[in-house]
Design a protein around this ligand. Structure first.
Ligand SMILES: *Cc1c(COP(=O)(O)O)cnc(C)c1O
Length: 368
C-alpha cells in the first residue's frame, strides 16, 4: 500500500488510510445504523454551505455526472429553458445533458481561459425571457478556471431566474454560502475535495423547488424529488445504496472537520497549488491560466515544446516515481494537468515537482 502512487488527479484522488479502512464493514441498507449514517452525512454536507434552512441534501448513487443529470432532469420543467454557460468540457457536458433530456437550452461560450462574467449573464437574460434556468460550472476542471459564482448568482436572482451550479470540483474547498449565494441546486460528489472515494453524488436542492418538481423527471432512477420523498419518509435510499462509499465519505467528513473544515481544506489546497506553480515555474513550465482566475484545485501546464517530450512517456516515467498526473483536455494547445486536491500536502507537491524535474532531465527535454 505504502508504495501506491499519489494521485494528482481531480477525482478519484488520494484518500487517507482511515477513510479506506471505513470500507471494511458491510452495512445492511435497511439497517437503522446505516440510515443514521446517511442522515448524519446529509446534515454535515448541508452545514458546509449553511444550507439547512433553505435546501435539502439529496444523495444519489453514481458518479458526479449522474447527479448533474438528475438535478437538471428533476428541477427543470419539461417546458423550461436552460442557459448553459461554457468555458470547458464540463460546461459542454451540461449542454449535452440538456440535449439528451430534451430540455430547451441555449449556450454561451467563452474561451477556455476566459471566465463568464456577471455582465454577460445580465445581457443574455435580458435578451431571452424564455430562459428559466442558468447552468454554471463553478471551477471548470478541464482547465482549473474559476467562474465568478457570487456575482453571477446575484444577476440571475435579479432577473428572477434559477441557478444550477456544478460545484463538483470546488465544493468543500472553496466557500459557498447558501444564505448569500442564491441557487436552486448545487451539485457535488464524494470523491473530490471531501476526499472520499468515488461512487455517489449529492444535490443541494432548494426545498420549495424540490417539492414543486414532482413529475418533472424523465427517469425513475434519476428522480431527485422521489429519492428525497422516499428518504424523508423511510430514512432509506430508494434503491441499493453505495454503502461502502457512504461509510467512507462519512469518515472523510470527520477528518475534514478535524482538519478545520473548509478554511483549513482551502488553505492546504492553496499551499499545494502555490508549491506546484512556483516549482514548475522554476523548471520553466508555464501554467495555462493567469493566477487571478486559477482555482487551487487543478493546474493546466503547457507541455514542453521539445519533440522529445511525449505525454505518454512523461506520464509513465513520473508514475514510476510515485505520482499519477492527468492529461490535458484542451483541443488547441498541448497541455498536461496536475491536481492539487486529495490527501497530499506541500511536501508531497514539492516531491512531485522534483519527480517532474528528474523525468524531464532523463528525457533530455531541453527547452525547459
Ligand atoms: C468531476 C466532475 C464532474 C463529474 O464527473 P464524473 O466523471 O461523472 O464523476 C462534473 N463536473 C465537474 C466540474 C467535475 O470536475
Amino acid at each position: 500500500m505504502s508504495n501506491a502512487p499519489i494521485l494528482l488527479t481531480p477525482g478519484p484522488l488520494t484518500t487517507s488510510l482511515r477513510t479506506r479502512q471505513a470500507m471494511l464493514v458491510d452495512w445492511g441498507s435497511w439497517d437503522r445504523d446505516f440510515n443514521q449514517l446517511t442522515a448524519s452525512l446529509c446534515e454535515q454536507l448541508l452545514a458546509i454551505i449553511d444550507g439547512a434552512a433553505s435546501h435539502h441534501c439529496v444523495p444519489l448513487q453514481g458518479s458526479g455526472t449522474f447527479a448533474v443529470e438528475a438535478a437538471i432532469g428533476t428541477l427543470v420543467p419539461r417546458d423550461g429553458k436552460v442557459l448553459v454557460l461554457i468555458n470547458g468540457a464540463y460546461g459542454q457536458r451540461l449542454a449535452k445533458i440538456c440535449k439528451v433530456l430534451g430540455r430547451a437550452y441555449s449556450t454561451f461560450e467563452t474561451a477556455e481561459d476566459q471566465p463568464t462574467t456577471a455582465a454577460d449573464v445580465d445581457r443574455l437574460l435580458a435578451a431571452d425571457p424564455a430562459v428559466t434556468h442558468v447552468a454554471l460550472i463553478h471551477c471548470e476542471t478541464s482547465t482549473g478556471i474559476l467562474n465568478p459564482l457570487p456575482e453571477i448568482a446575484q444577476v440571475i436572482k435579479r432577473h428572477g431566474k434559477r441557478l444550477i451550479i456544478d460545484a463538483m470540483s470546488s465544493f468543500g474547498a472553496l466557500p459557498i454560502d447558501a444564505r448569500q449565494v442564491p441557487f436552486e441546486a448545487l451539485i457535488a460528489a464524494s470523491g473530490k475535495c471531501l476526499e472520499g472515494v468515488p461512487g455517489m453524488g449529492f444535490v443541494f436542492a432548494e426545498k420549495t423547488a424540490l417539492a414543486a418538481a414532482e413529475g418533472n423527471a424523465h427517469s425513475l432512477a434519476m428522480d431527485l424529488q422521489d429519492q428525497h420523498a422516499y428518504m424523508a419518509k423511510t430514512g432509506q435510499w430508494r434503491f441499493t445504496p453505495p454503502t461502502h462509499v457512504v461509510a467512507a465519505l462519512h469518515e472523510a467528513l470527520l477528518q475534514y472537520n478535524e482538519e478545520g473544515g473548509l478554511p483549513a481544506r482551502h488553505q492546504r489546497y492553496a499551499d499545494n497549488c502555490k508549491t506546484l506553480l512556483d516549482g514548475m515555474a522554476k523548471l520553466g513550465l508555464r501554467s495555462f491560466l493567469p493566477a487571478e482566475i486559477q482555482a487551487p484545485i487543478i493546474v493546466t501546464f503547457h507541455a514542453p515544446k521539445d519533440p522529445r517530450y511525449q505525454f505518454k512517456d512523461f506520464y509513465e516515467r513520473v508514475k514510476a516515481k510515485g505520482f499519477i498526473l492527468y492529461p490535458g483536455k484542451l483541443t488547441q494547445v498541448e497541455t498536461f494537468r496536475v491536481g492539487c486536491i486529495g490527501v497530499v500536502g506541500a511536501a508531497g507537491m514539492q516531491a512531485a515537482v522534483n519527480a517532474v524535474a528528474d523525468v524531464l532531465r532523463e528525457m533530455e527535454v531541453l527547452d525547459i
